[in-house]
Design a protein around this ligand. Structure first.
Ligand code: ZN
Length: 275
């Protein structure tokens, strides 16, 4: 999956370093696009030493580390002569060959979005302060503390013997079939969400709901939580036309186009295909 970048080590333990280093990787965004330097055949994040001639103003916020190299988000930077730099949005990073660079670019963008969306307190409107003792944002006026917002979403591989139920979503960019998925709602367990989403989207009942794996999915700010479930394939499929174009049972060895296994959906379908 996209977060599997071994042997590289991504570490998001929040340990705000007391000192900076010339080796730190710097995340600077303009119009939600991340600044990169061209180096060799692929662009990469600038190191602090690459930016010495630039003026880093505002706060440096610790994000995480990659292979023990600390990564900081820099709010303001006076960038003159930006010809040397590229600015790329989150989806660009999916195309990079260096998987660790792709992953930190994607996660760094998600974190920047969270910080910038919480510049002001949602409770009283006062300007907030980014905390350095934990990954949190606090309002100095009313003390409301905000932690990273992650939306839990279930994704479910519905099987019946050598058949799997796949659906083509209305919003899928490619012509592929995938698993039923949806956000968990307030007041329900993840297993409740699986049963409800399947019923809503394809109209059938599932049993034997069991956890598989989870995957952080920064593109939508979600945590995808994978489940397997069984179903009687003789039930009538009734699709939710607002979300799904088509849903059907497919037999192992004869599956339609599916997402790549960078996503948990792709991995689960491949796992089913291999038996
Ligand atoms: Zn407040």
């Amino acid at each position: 999956m996209i977060q599997d970048i071994a042997p590289h080590i991504f570490n998001n333990h929040f340990n705000f370093p007391s000192a900076t280093s010339v080796d730190d990787l710097i995340f600077y965004f303009r119009d939600n696009k991340l600044m990169l330097v061209q180096n060799g055949d692929e662009p990469e994040l600038p190191r602090r030493e690459n930016l010495l001639q630039l003026d880093i103003t505002g706060q440096s916020v610790f994000l995480f580390s990659i292979n023990n190299q600390n990564c900081f988000w820099v709010e303001d930077l006076s960038v003159n002569g930006t010809d040397n730099y590229l600015f790329e949005e989150m989806n660009f990073f999916r195309t990079l060959k260096r998987k660790e660079m792709a992953w930190i670019g994607i996660v760094g963008t998600q974190l920047m979005n969270w910080y910038t969306q919480n510049k002001f307190c949602g409770n009283c409107g006062h300007k907030t302060i980014i905390q350095t003792n934990e990954r949190a944002i606090k309002c100095p006026e009313c003390s409301q503390t905000v932690y990273p917002r992650i939306s839990p979403a279930i994704i479910v591989g519905i099987t019946a013997g050598d058949k799997i139920l796949l659906a083509r979503g209305k919003n899928f960019r490619s012509n592929f079939y995938s698993l039923v998925a949806g956000y968990a709602d307030i007041g329900e367990s993840l297993e409740d969400a699986v049963a409800r989403e399947v019923k809503e989207e394809v109209g059938i009942d599932v049993t034997n709901i069991r956890y598989y794996k989870s995957q952080p999915w920064p593109f939508s700010g979600s945590m995808m939580i994978g489940y397997w479930a069984d179903a009687d394939p003789n039930q009538l499929i009734v699709i939710d036309e607002s979300e799904i174009v088509e849903a059907a049972w497919f037999t192992r060895g004869n599956l339609p186009n599916r997402p790549p296994n960078l996503s948990i959906a792709g991995e689960m379908i491949e796992l089913f295909e291999r038996g």
